[in-house]
Design a protein around this ligand. Structure first.
Ligand code: FAD
Length: 393
């Protein structure tokens, strides 16, 4: 019977192509040789690693999220995620540079006109400029539609007033995609519009940076806008399209956070496995103690399961799946929880050595936590998945 049902690869099945494998391996070598030696220092100084940004630009890695028509080298989600994963194995802050460049640019990629794309994307793809994504406010986190930052039309301009909180790379970016209320009376999902703001514009201010548990080299900024003028040509999509642009952006950007999480988990697993081979107690390597070996086996299986779900989600989303929100939320949920569990277990495998900064697993555990929080908390991912399952929009 099975003979009459040939198993063929459907459009959304996947196997990494030779190019993707080559890219993955090349980024891994680069990360091991050039970024890993910097990771502890980036964490300790909590300074944005401009040298790593230059390296990623010079190697065309920052061009991965962008189509060739606009100076990029790809635009495929799976390729971006492979690179974020490899970099995050050694330094989650550095992996985030690529993820945020994609996040900030997605509103332009998804809703920009060809003219707007031609204006901003080539510099972003070359890494000559950086971009951030500003949705969250102090009173509008999970409930992003409750934003209060306002954009008032004034002739051919909009005037933006308000503030955004927790904006990754907001203090080092040249451009920020800002979501602001253009119609307070509209339905809550039609209140917002999206604008590209050049950070050198008068009225743009970085109020402060957060002191954080992890991803410490990634500056997380509070931004304020005071009478900030942007020409109407900087609005992406129509008035009222902002919320939809933000949600479509997150559908495509969450996999990069899942990739960061898988990378962190894999990095911690490798440190823990090495330690389990080398560290001896009771006259033998601790890896030969069954309870330690079982922990390592669970870490490996969990990381691989998260990775496979991530790659499948990328392929589905790139193929235009109507369930993009579900795939995106599922891979971030599973990968974020896996990273937290695997890094916590890695600290356990190292014992007291896991708790000190002589080994990288304590940093990895601190870095893993953010993957359960940003771009929607794990609770919000569950809401998205359940809504899809239960057939509500
Ligand atoms: C380091 C860092 C970087 C960030 N980078 C960016 C960025 O670049 N751009 C940007 O716009 N934002 C960014 N954020 C913001 C981030 O996306 C938000 O912090 C996140 O969405 C949660 O919002 P909140 O912190 O206000 O928590 P809240 O929304 O106040 O949530 C608090 C708790 O309540 C739970 N909760 C809330 N609503 C529900 C619900 N309906 N059902 C069940 N549980 C719920 C949450 O899961 C959470 O456990 C960043 C945050 C951090 C910490």
């Amino acid at each position: 019977m099975l003979r009459s049902c040939p198993v063929t690869a459907g459009p959304t099945s996947y196997r990494l192509t030779q190019e993707q494998e080559l890219l993955r391996d090349a980024v891994r070598v680069l990360a091991d040789e050039r970024i890993a030696p910097r990771a502890a220092e980036i964490d300790r100084t909590a300074e944005f690693p401009w040298d790593v940004k230059e390296l990623l630009a010079a190697q065309d890695i920052l061009g991965l999220p962008f189509p060739t028509d606009f100076g990029g080298v790809g635009g495929e989600l799976l390729t971006v995620c492979l690179a974020v994963e490899q970099i995050s194995q050694v330094c989650a802050t550095s992996g985030l540079i690529l993820a945020v460049q994609e996040l900030g640019a997605l509103p332009i990629l998804l809703a920009g006109t060809d003219e707007q794309k031609a204006r901003w994307l080539p510099d972003l793809a070359a890494g000559r400029t950086l971009i951030a994504f500003a949705l969250t406010e102090s009173e509008a986190g999970s409930d992003a539609a409750a934003a209060r930052t306002r954009a008032r039309r004034d002739g051919t301009d909009y005037v933006i007033d308000g503030a955004k909180r927790f904006i990754s790379q907001g203090s080092v970016a040249d451009l920020v995609t800002v979501f602001a209320v253009t119609d307070d009376a509209a339905d809550r999902h039609r209140r917002l519009s999206c604008f590209v703001v050049e950070t050198k514009t008068a009225g743009f201010k970085v109020e402060r940076l957060e002191h954080k548990m992890g991803i410490r080299g990634s500056p997380t900024a509070e931004l304020s806008f005071s009478g900030l003028r942007v020409p109407a040509e900087n609005r992406l999509g129509g008035e009222g399209d902002g919320f939809s642009i933000a949600m479509r952006t997150l559908d495509r950007s969450r996999p990069a956070i899942a990739a960061q999480a898988v990378g962190i988990a894999q990095g911690a697993l490798e440190v823990a496995s090495r330690h389990a081979r080398e560290r001896k107690q009771f006259g033998k390597p601790i890896g030969e103690l069954q309870m330690v070996a079982a922990m390592l086996a669970d870490m490996d299986a969990g990381t691989e399961a998260a990775r496979q779900l991530l790659y499948k989600a990328c392929v589905e989303i790139d193929a235009g799946s109507p369930q993009a929100s579900r795939w995106s939320a599922m891979c971030k949920l599973v990968a974020g929880d896996t990273a937290m569990r695997v890094t916590t277990d890695a600290v356990q495998v190292l014992g007291g050595y896991g708790y000190i900064d002589e080994f990288p697993v304590e940093r990895m555990m601190r870095d893993a936590k953010i993957t359960q929080l940003y771009e929607g908390t794990q609770q919000i991912q569950r809401l998205v998945i359940a809504r899809s399952l239960l057939g509500r929009s």
